[in-house]
Design a binder for this molecule. Structure first.
Ligand code: DQA
Length: 157
C-alpha cells in the first residue's frame, strides 16, 4: 500500500526570492481601489505559508531602490531556486532590472497585482516580461502564490 505523505516533499533547499519594488511597501494604504487593502506584510506571510506547505522557503525582500533590486537579482543567481518579481514602476522603465533578470538561469515569474493593460498606456510595456518565464497580472495578491506554484512546477520537472 502506498504510504500517505504527511508533509510536502522537499523540492529544493534554496529559497524562492520574492522581490517587490518601489511603493509596494505601502500596499494596503496605497490606492486601495486599485491594489486592495492587503498589506505587504500580509502578502509576505501568505507566500511564506504557501511555500512552507509546499516544502520550500520564501525569502521576501522589498526596496524602493532600483540598484538594490538589481543586487538581489544578481544574488539570486547562486542563492535562489526561483524568483518572483513585482518590479512595480521599474517594470516600465528599468533596463538594469531587465539585464539582471536576463542573466538568471532559474525560473522567474513577473507579478502585477493590477491589470496593467487596463490602466494608463505607460504601464502597458514591461521591460521585465521578455526575460521571465511568465507573467501574472490583474489577479490581485493571489498572483504571488500562483507565481510560486508556477516556479515549483518548473523546478520539479
Ligand atoms: C504594479 C503595477 C505598476 O504599474 C505600478 O507602478 C505598481 C504596481 C502592480 O502590482 O499592479 O507600483 O506593479
Amino acid at each position: 500500500m502506498a504510504k500517505k505523505s504527511t508533509s510536502a516533499t522537499k523540492v529544493t533547499s534554496k529559497p524562492v526570492y520574492v522581490l517587490n519594488g518601489p511603493n509596494l511597501n505601502l500596499l494596503g494604504l496605497r490606492e486601495p481601489e486599485i491594489y486592495g487593502r492587503t498589506s505587504l506584510a500580509d502578502i509576505e506571510k501568505m507566500v511564506t505559508a504557501h511555500a512552507k506547505a509546499r516544502g520550500v522557503t520564501a525569502l521576501c525582500l522589498q526596496s524602493n531602490h532600483e540598484g538594490e533590486l538589481v543586487t538581489w537579482i544578481q544574488e539570486a543567481r547562486s542563492m535562489a531556486s526561483g524568483v518572483i518579481i513585482n518590479a512595480a514602476a521599474y517594470s516600465h522603465t528599468s533596463i538594469a532590472i531587465h539585464d539582471a533578470l536576463a542573466m538568471l538561469d532559474i525560473p522567474a515569474v513577473e507579478v502585477h497585482i493590477s491589470n496593467i493593460y487596463k490602466r494608463e498606456e505607460f504601464r502597458h510595456h514591461s521591460h521585465v516580461s521578455s526575460v521571465v518565464k511568465g507573467v501574472i497580472c490583474g489577479l490581485g495578491v493571489q498572483g504571488y502564490t500562483l507565481a510560486l506554484d508556477a516556479i515549483l512546477a518548473d523546478i520539479s520537472k
